[in-house]
Design a protein around this ligand. Structure first.
Ligand SMILES: Cc1ncc(COP(=O)(O)O)c(C=O)c1O
Length: 334
């Protein structure tokens, strides 16, 4: 993977080889990092971030769970994300902000003075499963690995350590000749892919596992559900047994990296007609239309690179109690 030459690291743009970590860094040993994947799309008006504000919000909430004190404000994080794209002259990008416990300690309960560092890397990256996959769909399997139970570690937090689970799911799938693996939640119902949320279409309605099914509440998931509702498509968030995958007319997955990827087979059984269906196509059109202007940006999801005025308001990718929002704001202000 080729990073763009300049990386934002601890307050400065620097060449990639200078943005290094200590081998004793806590995050390297124990997965104590929180991160985001965010896309910048080339639009007719120039490069635009897709839901930067919401990704930063999720990053800060992830950090809150692990008492990881990111030494930069929300505004500075947004600006760093913008600066790394601008400095590298990227028209489109996949951007990876990451905060990590950089200090050298083997303690499992590190004190808050163990330093936390912050970096933003930008790469040029097409869709995770390739452009053809967006057209034809991908072949997936159900993984022998389950997602973590909610009382083990939080899957709704985008922490580095969580991705050991995703690696096992993805590696097993690739070994079996599949593009991706779908994991079950601890109770046996469907959860999500190694790096994507999961959707099933049956009888013109969209079904997707709820946030309680050990998923990461994806920002693309929220975007697609919003676009679907706006187009009069009924959306049902509920526990779904595995056989729904085989009963489905259509299956698709969403994620910042995977965008809106149709699934054409599960466990070598064709999904519906074995090619992307009408609802998946309509949602792909609506989603990608945001970036060529054919879908109106009515939610303020697209923001320019050099304009910092948009910073600060969450647009509700995860609908949570306003008291939490207030507590987060207070933590930020402190
Ligand atoms: C485990 C997992 N689920 C779902 C998603 C999709 O989330 P988003 O749409 O916010 O990228 C991702 C990607 O970030 C992921 O890693």
């Amino acid at each position: 993977m080729q990073s763009s030459p300049l990386v934002w690291h601890n307050g400065k743009l620097k060449p990639l080889h200078e943005a290094t970590v200590h081998v004793g860094a806590h995050a390297l040993h124990y997965g104590s990092s929180v991160f985001e994947g965010i896309r910048v799309y080339a639009t007719p008006d120039g490069p635009r971030y897709f839901r930067l504000v919401d990704h930063t919000e999720r990053l800060l909430l992830s950090a809150k769970v692990y008492d990881l004190d990111i030494p930069y404000s929300r505004e500075a994080i947004n600006r760093a994300c913008e600066d790394v794209v601008a400095a590298n002259g990227l028209a489109s990008a996949y951007v990876r902000p990451i905060a990590y416990r950089a200090g050298f300690t083997f303690s499992l309960a590190p004190s808050r003075d163990v330093p936390v560092e912050f970096a933003v890397i930008a790469i040029e990256w097409g869709s995770m499963h390739g452009a053809q996959a967006l057209e034809d769909g991908v072949d997936v399997c159900v993984s022998s690995w389950n997602r973590a139970a909610p009382n083990t570690y939080p899957t709704g937090v985008k922490a580095g350590g969580n991705y050991l689970s995703s690696q096992l799911i993805a590696q097993e799938a690739v070994r079996g000749g599949f593009a991706e693996g779908i994991a079950l939640a601890p109770g046996g119902c469907l959860s999500e892919g190694a790096g994507e949320n999961l959707f099933i279409v049956r009888g013109g309605k969209i079904y997707t596992p709820p946030v309680g099914a050990s998923i990461l509440a994806g920002i693309t998931r929220d975007s697609v559900l919003t676009l679907a509702r706006e187009r009069g498509i009924e959306v049902i968030e509920q526990s779904l047994p595995r056989e729904f995958l085989y009963f489905a007319d259509e299956v698709f997955m969403t994620g910042t990296a995977a965008e809106v990827t149709p699934v054409r087979s599960v466990d070598r059984k064709p999904v519906g007609a074995g090619k992307p269906g009408e609802v998946t196509r309509a949602l792909q059109k609506a989603f990608f239309g945001l970036f060529d202007g054919s879908t109106a940006n009515t939610h303020g999801w697209l923001t320019p690179i050099a304009n910092h005025e948009h910073v600060g308001s969450s647009q509700g990718w995860l609908r949570f109690d306003p008291a939490d929002a207030q507590a987060t704001a207070q933590m930020e202000a402190a």
